[in-house]
Design a protein. Structure first.
Length: 172
């Protein structure tokens, strides 16, 4: 079964549809002229098309599917989506939309110095929620996502081990 990727170059309205017939096979444009890509380095490729050979360098490979590439002297911004990502975007569902991290656990052993939130309080991703002392340093622990504090599972002065449940969250 063919696998597909959709590459949107420089914000174009119609993405380039790529397919490959084998898990380790090359990606080729769907219904387009034959082309082939060969990795020549950690971030460089040689792409052969009916129009000639092209040296392609990946400048930045983002975790969110955005890639910047240089082909000769020109720079391109490319957003790559698989079939699932494309369907979710078409339906208006962003990656992680509606997802709530249900709990916050201690990233290290330490002592709870201060609780900065209370049950029922709404927090946004990155808001400070707790201060944990570890190795004589105060560490501000931040909310992992947008949510409402459901429960505090520790109190000021509590000694915790790595992985100890600190705060439970729920959807807003």
């Amino acid at each position: 079964m063919a696998r597909k990727l959709f590459a949107t170059v420089n914000g174009a309205t119609d993405p380039l549809e790529l397919e490959r017939s084998a898990p380790d096979g090359p990606w080729r444009p769907k219904d387009g002229p034959g082309s082939d890509a060969e990795r020549t380095g950690s971030s460089t490729f040689r792409v052969r098309t009916p129009g000639g050979n092209h040296h392609v360098q990946v400048i930045k490979d983002g975790e969110d599917g955005h890639v910047r590439v240089r082909i000769g002297p020109r720079l391109y911004s490319v957003e790559v989506q698989d079939e699932r990502d494309r369907l979710m975007a078409t339906l208006g569902i962003g990656a992680g939309a509606g997802a709530v991290v249900p709990e916050l656990k201690a990233p290290m052993p330490g002592m709870v110095l201060n609780l900065l939130v209370e049950p029922g309080q709404e927090v946004a991703k990155g808001d400070p929620v707790i201060v944990l002392e570890a190795m004589k340093m105060e560490n501000v622990i931040k909310a992992p996502g947008d949510a409402r504090v459901k429960a505090l599972n520790v109190a000021t002065g509590t000694a915790v081990e790595k992985g100890h449940l600190l705060i439970t969250f729920e959807a807003r």
